[in-house]
Design a protein around this ligand. Structure first.
Ligand SMILES: Cc1ncc(COP(=O)(O)O)c(C=O)c1O
Length: 430
C-alpha cells in the first residue's frame, strides 16, 4: 500500500462512504481532458465528470490561465461592503444569459447552499410581505443537497433518516409520468388553492440522484403555470442540469416558463473550483428592500464571491460562447442516441434515457431502483477494471462526461456497457 493511501486511511473521512467496508481510495496523480491518471499507472475515463462538475475536461488551459491571472490581482476579499470586478462581470454575464426576469445574483459556495439560500429567500419573501406562507412543494425522488433545508425538500430515506425529525414539513408530488401527470397537476392545484405554499422546487426535466429520471417539459410548464396562477414562487434547481448537460445551456431553455429563482453550481466554474449562485427576480429582491435591516437577506459564507472561483466561472462562460463546445455537446448526444437504439431491447435493460449529454441505462434487476442494490457495486467495480469511472445510481448506470470526450472514448464506454449487459444476461440465464 502506498504511503498516500496509508495516510489517507489514517487521516481522511471520505464523503458518501462506509469507511469500514470501502475499498482503498484510488490515488489520482494527474487529470487531463477526460482522463484521470492513477498512481499505479492505470488510467480512467472520467465518465461522470467527477461528480458531474467537470464540463470542459480537466486541466483546461483557458480556465487555468484565468485563475492564475486573477490570483495576481485579488485572491479573495470579503463580499459584504466590498466587491470586485470578476464577481460583477460574472453576475452581469449570468443575468444576460438567463431569461430576463432573473436579475439579481446571490453568491454561495456549492449546490446545497445555493438551494439553501433559495429556500430562505422564498420563506423570507413571504415573511417580509407579511403573508407568512410556509409550505413547500417538491417532487418525489428529488435531491437538492445535503444541508438541512436541502435535505428537507429531497426524497426522504436511508440517506437522511437520522435527520428526518429535524426537517420542516414538505409536500411531495409523485414523480410525473405519462400516466399520472394530470392527476399530479390536479393534486398540485388543490394544494396551491390552500394559499399556504411559499414555493415549489424542482430539478427541471431530469432528476439526477434518483437515477437520471426524465419527465416531460409539458408537465413542468403546466406545474409552473399553476404555481404562477396561485402566486406560489418557483425554484428551479439547475445545479446538475445547467451548462449544456441537457443539450441546452439551461434545462429551462427547453420550457416555455421561467422560474422565480434558479440555483446554479457544479459546472459553473467548469467544475474546477467551488461556487454556487442563487439568481432571483427583481420582484423577490425588492421584497428585501427596507429601512428595516432585519428585512435584509442575513445570509452569507466566508468564501462568498471568491475571486478565483468567479474568474474560473467567467472563463467557463467564454468556452460556452464557442461553437465547438456546442458541436461537442450535440456530437455526444448523437452518439449516445445511436448507442441507445442498439440496446433498448436488450433483456438486461429495463429502460434507457438520453437527454443532452446524459445517457442512462436502468438495469432490469427485478427489484426496482434502489441505491444500495448489489448490482451497483458490481457495476462500479466492473467499470473501474475496464478503466472507466462510472458511479452508478443504484441499478442505473449512466454517463455525463466532459464535453471534450472523444468518439473513441465513448465507443470504449459503450463496449464496456455491452460486456456488462451480456454478463447480466448470462447470470439471468443460469
Ligand atoms: C440537483 C442538485 N442540487 C443540489 C446538489 C448539491 O450540490 P453540492 O453537492 O454542490 O452541494 C446536487 C448535487 O449533486 C444536485 O444534483
Amino acid at each position: 500500500m502506498s504511503e498516500i493511501i496509508q495516510k489517507d486511511k489514517q487521516y481522511v473521512w471520505h464523503p458518501f462512504t462506509q469507511m469500514q467496508t470501502a475499498s482503498d481510495a484510488i490515488e489520482i496523480i494527474k487529470a487531463k481532458d477526460a482522463v484521470l491518471f492513477a498512481a499505479d499507472r492505470k488510467e480512467y475515463i472520467d465518465c461522470n465528470s467527477s461528480w458531474w462538475v467537470n464540463v470542459h475536461g480537466h486541466g483546461n488551459e483557458h480556465i487555468a490561465n484565468a485563475i492564475s491571472e486573477q490570483f495576481k490581482k485579488i485572491d479573495h476579499v470579503i463580499f459584504a461592503g466590498f466587491t470586485h470586478a470578476k464577481a460583477v462581470e460574472l453576475a452581469e454575464r449570468i443575468v444576460h444569459i438567463l431569461p430576463e426576469p432573473l436579475q439579481k445574483v446571490f453568491f454561495t459556495d456549492n449546490g446545497s447552499t445555493a438551494v439553501e439560500v433559495a429556500l430562505k429567500m422564498v420563506v423570507q419573501y413571504w415573511h417580509n410581505l407579511d403573508e407568512p406562507k410556509r409550505r413547500i412543494l417538491a417532487l418525489d425522488g428529488a435531491y437538492h443537497g445535503d444541508t438541512f433545508g436541502a435535505m428537507a425538500v429531497g426524497q426522504r430515506g436511508y440517506f437522511n433518516a437520522p435527520f428526518e425529525p429535524f426537517f420542516f414539513d414538505v409536500d411531495f408530488l409523485d414523480f410525473p409520468t405519462a400516466e399520472n401527470e394530470q392527476e399530479q397537476l390536479a393534486y398540485a392545484e388543490k394544494l396551491f388553492q390552500t394559499n399556504e405554499f411559499a414555493a415549489v422546487i424542482v430539478e427541471p426535466l431530469i432528476q439526477g440522484s434518483s437515477g437520471m429520471r426524465t419527465y416531460s417539459s409539458s408537465f413542468l410548464d403546466s406545474l409552473v403555470n399553476l404555481a404562477k396562477k396561485h402566486k406560489v414562487l418557483v425554484i428551479f434547481d439547475e445545479v446538475m442540469t445547467a451548462w449544456g448537460r441537457t443539450g441546452k445551456l439551461f434545462a429551462m431553455n427547453h420550457c416555455t416558463v421561467i422560474p422565480d429563482i434558479v440555483c446554479l453550481s457544479k459546472g459553473l466554474t467548469g467544475g474546477v473550483l467551488p461556487l454556487g449562485l442563487t439568481v432571483a427576480t427583481n420582484e423577490i429582491y425588492n421584497a428585501f428592500l427596507s429601512v428595516d435591516k432585519s428585512k435584509a437577506l442575513l445570509h452569507g459564507h466566508s468564501f462568498t464571491g471568491n475571486a478565483l472561483s468567479c474568474a474560473a466561472a467567467c472563463a467557463s462562460l467564454d468556452i460556452f460562447e464557442k461553437d465547438s463546445t456546442w458541436k461537442n455537446i450535440k456530437r455526444i448526444e448523437d452518439v449516445n442516441l445511436a448507442y441507445q437504439a442498439s440496446i433498448q431491447n436488450h433483456n438486461a435493460v429495463y429502460e434507457t434515457r438520453v437527454l443532452g449529454t446524459i445517457l442512462a441505462i436502468e438495469l432490469e434487476t427485478g427489484e426496482g431502483n434502489t441505491y444500495f442494490s448489489d448490482i451497483r457495486d458490481k457495476a462500479y467495480n466492473f467499470f473501474l477494471e475496464q478503466g472507466l469511472l462510472i458511479r452508478p445510481l443504484g441499478n442505473v448506470i449512466f454517463i455525463n462526461p466532459p464535453y471534450c470526450i472523444s468518439n473513441e472514448q465513448l465507443a470504449s464506454i459503450y463496449k464496456a456497457f455491452d460486456s456488462f449487459l451480456l454478463n447480466i444476461q448470462k447470470e439471468k440465464a443460469i
